[in-house]
Design a protein around this ligand. Structure first.
Ligand code: SAM
Length: 246
């Protein structure tokens, strides 16, 4: 087994709740959790502390909550946990915010068994209250809103975070040439299929994303997060002063 892949037992456990919802929800969950390096990267590097209050902005059908929810007390997953990875973060409580009602409905139905460890709010990140959080995760979402709205969401995320909180923000690097063009093209197709009707995407070069976060007072560490894909995605680990690097 590759240490860069989600162990099969864990993938099975995390995606099983979507099976009763139909083929689309289940296959989508398996494809995304099994193939997107962001999910493995977060676990592998220990970027989510145990028992954290996690805000997942633009959470889709709640895959991160499903993955984290499957870590609690599941012996199969524990046995197959890759040795080089950081310890599994147990007891994380996820609040997901998502614009599309169909995704929210799927998340709520699939993860009802997790109780208060996974709750979902249907709403626009530009106006929905974030509530308090230790970790905020925004994976491939901010470029759907205009530049001023992006800055405002990030300012509100900073205000929502605990003093030692962390923002995990994945963005495309608009300066990355062909891989960025491929990312954008795939994104446009997928968002159209998912029911969005967006006139344009609001992308920035990586340096500009980093500066935006630094101006807000975050210390920023970029981690390439596109291994095994043709994309130009980077995970920005943005820490407030005083937070300990894992
Ligand atoms: C590319 S998907 C990423 C989903 C999830 N973060 C992941 O990595 O699997 C982007 C998500 O952001 C949601 N989204 C877009 N604009 C939003 C907004 N203004 N407020 C909340 N969610 C939004 C979309 O509906 C979609 O579910």
């Amino acid at each position: 087994m590759s240490a860069d892949k989600l162990p099969a037992a864990l993938l099975e456990q995390a995606t099983a709740p979507y099976r009763p919802l139909g083929k689309f929800a289940w296959h989508f969950a398996r494809g995304k959790l099994g193939g997107d390096p962001a999910f493995t990267g977060l676990l592998q590097r220990g970027l989510i502390p145990p028992r954290a209050r996690l805000l997942d902005i633009g959470c889709g059908q709640g895959l991160l909550a499903a993955l984290l929810g499957s870590l609690d007390g599941h012996s199969g997953a524990e046995r197959s946990w890759p040795a080089p990875w950081a310890a599994a973060p147990a007891g994380v409580q996820v609040h997901g915010i998502e614009l599309m009602p169909r995704d929210v409905e799927r998340a709520q139905k699939a993860l009802d068994h997790l109780g208060p460890r996974a709750r979902f709010t249907q709403g626009d990140m530009r106006t929905t209250d974030f509530g308090p959080a230790d970790v905020a995760v925004i994976l491939d979402v901010l470029h759907y809103v205009d530049y001023a709205a992006q800055a405002d969401v990030l300012r509100r995320v900073k205000a929502a975070l605990a003093p030692q909180g962390t923002l995990l923000l994945r963005v495309g690097d608009a300066a990355a040439g062909l891989p960025f063009k491929i990312s954008n093209w795939v994104d446009a197709v997928v968002t159209f299929v998912r029911g969005h009707r967006l006139a344009r995407l609001y992308c920035r070069p990586l340096s500009e994303w980093q500066q935006l976060l630094r101006d807000l007072g975050f210390a920023v560490e970029p981690i390439p997060m596109h291994a095994g894909t043709p994309f130009a995605n980077v995970l920005l680990v943005a820490r407030l002063p005083g937070s300990a690097a894992p």
